[in-house]
Design a protein around this ligand. Structure first.
Ligand SMILES: *Cc1c(COP(=O)(O)O)cnc(C)c1O
Length: 346
């Protein structure tokens, strides 16, 4: 019997990246790698993206930024936006990682570390456009830009980017956010050169709202084939990961498979459609370490069941499962525990 496996399909990942890049046209892709590449495995994702010459890597924190840099070598730009300790800033500068900066306090610390090391820190300044999640307020923006320019003149900083994050709650709010964003860019422009990386949009807005895209688009979900909850299917984008488990027992003609709530499958998913060698069947019950799936003719111990995936065996996608319990596909993927082995193909 095999342990449950999350199989990630590298070809599908590459196709998704191609589809996303075609769609976002001149905007450069920053592939977002947070939460261990949305549960798919950071190293695998970076290796595949590197082969495709993806230019930007959004690594969230410095630790995963450094792991990303190890795989990339000198290739690509790594962007880490979680506010970090001085030691982490130091490590990030040594690994040539761009830092996202959302407060004057963090800017001052980065400037100090860069000065001490005698290097120029590459920074992307974040304007708060309404989400109130770590960003400079419009009222402090001008003053902070002045500080950045002073840091540049002294040789400690380089303003590489300006960025923000959209709420994606309504088009109107996102339009207002873009106005604030563009005003912040104008303020920066008046004080010197325009930073090369202007980034505001994630998957959904990058895909559906061309007018909001900057020179860079930060995209996670769609590259992994995770569509938005309650959103439409996307041309050329398919789920990259499939979760499989084997039949270890039968009860009353139904299959007992070796995966359960302890592995990270929400027990509230009972009733969903899963894949079997005979096609779609109902997921009858999710227990602690096993689950029960409606049986099929000639069912055998050792048969595979697909809890979610790309639909090839009748299974639902992670997003379709998520919609049953009012959450997003990412939530299903990132809850899986380490007992679920990650396997990549080909
Ligand atoms: C998660 C995240 C993204 C990517 O969002 P997706 O919807 O998965 O594309 C982009 N930017 C930031 C700051 C994020 O936290």
């Amino acid at each position: 019997m095999r342990r449950p496996e999350l199989r990630v399909d590298t070809d599908r990942f590459r196709s998704n990246i191609r589809a996303v890049r075609d769609r976002i046209a001149q905007s450069a892709l920053m592939i977002v790698l947070k939460d261990d590449a949305y549960g798919h495995g950071l190293r695998w994702a970076v290796e595949a993206a590197k082969e495709m010459r993806v230019e930007w890597y959004g690594a969230y924190d410095v630790r995963s930024g450094i792991e990303t840099r190890r795989v990339l070598g000198d290739a690509g730009r790594v962007f880490a936006w979680a506010t970090s300790t001085d030691d982490e800033i130091d490590e990030a500068l040594r690994a040539h990682i761009d830092l996202g900066v959302g407060s004057a306090e963090y800017l001052a610390r980065i400037t100090e570390v860069a000065q001490r090391r005698g290097v120029r820190a590459r920074i992307h300044l974040k304007i708060d456009t309404g989400l109130h999640r770590n960003g400079l307020l419009p009222a402090e923006w001008g003053r902070t830009i002045d500080d950045v320019r002073a840091g540049e003149a002294a040789g400690h900083l380089q303003l590489v980017g300006i960025w923000s994050h959209l709420a994606e709650a309504s088009d109107g709010e996102d339009d207002d956010a873009q106005s604030l964003f563009l005003e912040a860019v104008r303020v920066a422009e008046r004080s010197g050169t325009t930073p090369e990386a202007l980034h505001l949009t994630a998957s959904a807005a990058s895909w559906w709202r061309a007018e909001l895209r900057g020179s860079v688009s930060r995209i996670g979900a769609f590259c992994y084939g995770v569509r938005s909850a309650d959103g439409p299917e996307l041309a050329g984008v398919t789920p990259v990961a499939e979760l499989t488990a084997t039949v270890v027992d039968t009860v009353d003609g139904n299959a007992v498979v070796e995966i359960g709530a302890f592995d990270g499958i929400p027990s509230t998913l009972a009733g969903a459609r899963v894949g079997t060698p005979a096609g779609a069947r109902g997921l009858l019950r999710i227990d602690a370490t096993t689950s029960v799936v409606e049986g099929w003719p000639e069912m055998r111990l050792g048969d595979s069941v697909w809890i979610f995936g790309a639909g090839e065996h009748g299974e639902s996608s992670a997003t379709t499962l998520a919609e049953r319990i009012d959450t997003v596909g990412e939530e299903i993927l990132t809850r899986l525990t380490a007992r679920v082995r990650r396997v990549s193909t080909p």
